[in-house]
Design a protein around this ligand. Structure first.
Ligand SMILES: [Zn+2]
Length: 278
C-alpha cells in the first residue's frame, strides 16, 4: 500500500492552502498585537500610532455622536466596548487585515482608521460612523455569521446610510440613480461570502458607485416601511441571515422590493429631467 505518498501529498496540499489563506486573506491579522498604539488623551477608546495624534483627536471628538448615530439607526446599543485604532501608514493598516488604500475597516471586533490624506477632519465623522455601523453589526452577528449571512451590499449600504454618505462621497445620489436607470447596476444577492465577498468590482462598478447604489436601496427599504426595516435589523442583530430576515420582514421578497426600488429611481430621474426642461 502506498499510504506514505498519499499522506505526504495531503500534508503538502493542506500546507499550501494554509499559506494561501495566510497571505491572501485578512486572517493573517487575527492575532496581531496593537499594544504599541498610544491612548488618545480626549478618549482612551481611541488609540493611535505615533505621528497620528491630531487625527486621533478628530476621531475621539467625533466618537460620541458617531456611536449615537449608529445606535439610533440600528435601533440597539453596542454590545461590547469599542476600540478604534488610527494607523500611521498604509502598510500598518494592511497588516491588520484591510487593504492599503482603505479609509477604514473593521476586522474581528477592532476598528481601524487610515491616516491617508482623504481622511480629513471634515470627513472623519462620516467615515467613523460608517465603520461603527460595521462594528455594531459584527458585534451581534459575529465575524463569520455576518460574512455568511449578510451580503456586503447590505452591510455597505447600511453603513453609508447611517454614516450620512460616509464611504461613498465621490458619487452623488443623482449619479447613482442615473447609472441604475442606464442599467449599470447590480442584482443584490441574499447571501454573503466569507473571505472573498462581492465588491463593486464583482459587478463592474467603481467602489463608491456600488456603495451609493447600495445605500439608495437600503434607504428605500427603510423609507418604504420603517417598521419592517426595524424588524429586519432586529433579526440580523439576533444572528439571523438576511435571507431569513427578509422572509419575515419583507414577505413579498427582495426581488419585488428591488423592482419597486428601480421604478422609484426611474420616476425620480424623469422628474428631475422634466423639471430641468421647464
Ligand atoms: Zn464599509
Amino acid at each position: 500500500m502506498n499510504v506514505r505518498p498519499r499522506i505526504v501529498r495531503s500534508v503538502c496540499i493542506i500546507s499550501i492552502m494554509i499559506a494561501l489563506v495566510y497571505f491572501f486573506t485578512p486572517l493573517r491579522a487575527l492575532g496581531r498585537s496593537t499594544s504599541h498604539f498610544l491612548p488618545c488623551k480626549i478618549d482612551p477608546r481611541v488609540r493611535f500610532e505615533p505621528g497620528t495624534e491630531r487625527l486621533a483627536d478628530h476621531v475621539a471628538a467625533a466618537l460620541p455622536e458617531a456611536i449615537a448615530a449608529v445606535e439610533r439607526q440600528h435601533y440597539r446599543t453596542f454590545l461590547k466596548p469599542i476600540s478604534v485604532f488610527v494607523c500611521a501608514t498604509p502598510e500598518s493598516l494592511a497588516s491588520y487585515g484591510g487593504t492599503k488604500n482603505a479609509g477604514g475597516f473593521v476586522f474581528n471586533g477592532r476598528l481601524f482608521i487610515s491616516s491617508k490624506p482623504q481622511n480629513t477632519a471634515e470627513r472623519i465623522p462620516r467615515l467613523l460612523t460608517h465603520e461603527l455601523s460595521h462594528l455594531h453589526l459584527e458585534q451581534y452577528s459575529g465575524m463569520l455569521g455576518g460574512a455568511w449571512g449578510i451580503p456586503s451590499w447590505f452591510k455597505e449600504g447600511l453603513a453609508v446610510l447611517v454614516g450620512d454618505g460616509g464611504g461613498a462621497e465621490t458619487v452623488s445620489e443623482s449619479e447613482a440613480r442615473g447609472a441604475i436607470v442606464a442599467g449599470n447596476s447590480f442584482e443584490p444577492p441574499l447571501r454573503g461570502r466569507p473571505l472573498f465577498d462581492r465588491s463593486g468590482r464583482s459587478y463592474g462598478l467603481a467602489e463608491h458607485m456600488w456603495y451609493r447604489q447600495s445605500e439608495l436601496l437600503v434607504r428605500f427599504m427603510r423609507e418604504r416601511d420603517e417598521a419592517a426595516f426595524r424588524r429586519l435589523l432586529d433579526m440580523l442583530l439576533d444572528g439571523k441571515s438576511l435571507s431569513a430576515a427578509v422572509d419575515v420582514a419583507y414577505p413579498e421578497g427582495l426581488d419585488a422590493v428591488v423592482r419597486e426600488f428601480r421604478t422609484d429611481v426611474a420616476q425620480k430621474v424623469s422628474t428631475v429631467k422634466s423639471a430641468s426642461k421647464d
